[in-house]
Design a protein around this ligand. Structure first.
Ligand SMILES: NC(=O)c1ccc[n+]([C@@H]2O[C@H](COP(=O)([O-])OP(=O)(O)OC[C@H]3O[C@@H](n4cnc5c(N)ncnc54)[C@H](OP(=O)(O)O)[C@@H]3O)[C@@H](O)[C@H]2O)c1
Length: 368
């Protein structure tokens, strides 16, 4: 897959270097020089977001890249982190490993990663996509607004549950799965995924999200605000799999809720990876991260359970599997609120307030 589009720009990608030959269709960006975007010129709180019509239109620089016109985009906690500079060391390295040298700056920086749109141009070696395709590939039954709510949380849940946790359609039936932080973007997707694969799902959320959890298929719903959560979960039968979207103190007791010596696994999405890189630099940060995960894994293995960290993993084939689950009605997008492109700062504030019930989405192309 080619370079992914920057989310909060009405056109697409960053970068204006030399162009490679492309295949395009009507409305090609060749004829344009600038596009409206939300950018930041420094890290900070919401006031650093700046609207501009002057961001250079993206150009395909390598033959395996595509340019996508973004129709809708969704926000994730990582976008708040990026705005504030948290994780900048790792994110800059990932964004452009060759270009971010010590003398260069990432600013003005267009935030975002999660989109639905239409392919405008393809580099010459791109064969999987063609101009005009709704990517990537968009579930046919969804609008761009709905589709934009799925890729990042869907692939993160897929990474945690399938790639790291080892659960899949053929081995999940009847397994007892506990999801901590079930009402947010990742949680609402995860509940539906393991339910579609036949698991018994216990969802932990605030009381006001209980009805949503039941609607998404959760068998048991526990309100973490109605008393000590550990004490509420202890009387329940032990679990085969725990997905932790909350982190912090949960890690101290949650692994005691797993079946011992049966391959049961705890996977957390809340890790110190980015903060280690910020504090210690790339090499020492990675070393510290390796030591921490290694020692925790061994400690829990000796107690008969598996302890794992998971991260968002981009994957075209997994997106295609997700699209099939959506088209077959087994997974539905859960959208908390939709904002117009002119109100991107309000969308960031909404996400920052917490208490998400699914996703915050931005309509980039106005629906007339
Ligand atoms: N490692 C990675 O690559 C990766 C990728 C994606 C996400 N993440 C992380 O995974 C976490 C979840 O992401 P998200 O996109 O789902 O975030 P989100 O949409 O903001 O949802 C977070 C949810 O957690 C709930 N919550 C907060 N405290 C809780 C608690 N003690 N017990 C149960 N629920 C609680 C919140 O609801 P209430 O407060 O109203 O109860 C909210 O619904 C975030 O920390 C994010 O940074 C990591």
């Amino acid at each position: 897959m080619g370079r992914l589009p920057a989310m909060l720009a009405r056109g697409t990608l960053r970068g204006t270097g030399g162009r490679a030959p492309v295949r395009g269709f009507g409305g090609s960006p060749r004829s344009r020089s600038a596009m409206p975007s939300w950018v930041i010129d420094r890290y900070g709180r919401n006031e650093v977001l700046r609207f501009t019509r002057e961001m250079a239109f993206p150009a395909i620089q390598f033959p395996n890249e595509v340019v996508v016109q973004v129709h809708a985009a969704s926000l994730n906690p990582i976008d708040l982190s990026m705005r504030s500079g948290y994780g900048a060391t790792a994110l800059n390295m990932k964004r452009d490993p060759l270009k971010i040298k010590s003398t260069e700056t990432e600013f003005p920086l267009t935030l975002g990663r999660d989109v639905s749109g239409v392919v405008m141009e393809c580099g010459l070696s791109v064969s999987y996509f063609k101009p005009g395709d709704e990517v990537s590939f968009k579930p046919k039954c969804l609008s761009h607004t709905e589709a934009a709510s799925l890729p990042y949380v869907g692939l993160t849940a897929w990474s945690a549950i399938n790639k790291v946790g080892g659960l899949n359609q053929s081995n999940c039936s009847g397994k007892r799965v506990l999801i901590l932080g079930a009402s947010g973007g990742v949680g609402t997707f995860a509940v539906q995924l393991v339910k579609a694969w036949g698991a018994h799902v216990t969802a932990v959320c605030s009381h006001d999200a209980s009805a949503l959890m039941k609607k998404l298929g959760a068998d048991d719903v526990i309100d973490y605000k109605s008393g000590n959560l550990e004490e509420q979960l202890k009387p329940l039968p032990l679990f085969d799999f725990i997905l932790d979207n909350v982190g912090g103190s949960t890690e101290k007791w949650a692994l005691n809720l797993l079946k011992k010596w049966s391959g049961a696994t705890y996977v957390t999405l809340v890790t110190p990876f980015l903060i280690n890189m910020d504090k210690l630099g790339v090499a020492d940060g990675m070393l510290q991260t390796g030591v921490t995960i290694g020692s925790k894994t061994v400690k829990h293995l000796l107690k008969g359970v598996h302890y794992r960290w998971a991260f968002f993993m981009p994957s075209g084939p997994s997106l295609d599997e997700i699209a099939e689950l959506v088209d077959s009605g087994k997974i539905q997008p859960v959208i908390d609120q939709v904002f117009p492109f002119s109100e991107v700062p309000k969308a960031f504030l909404k996400l920052e307030e917490g208490h998400a019930r699914g996703k915050t989405v931005i309509n980039v192309v106005d629906k007339k």
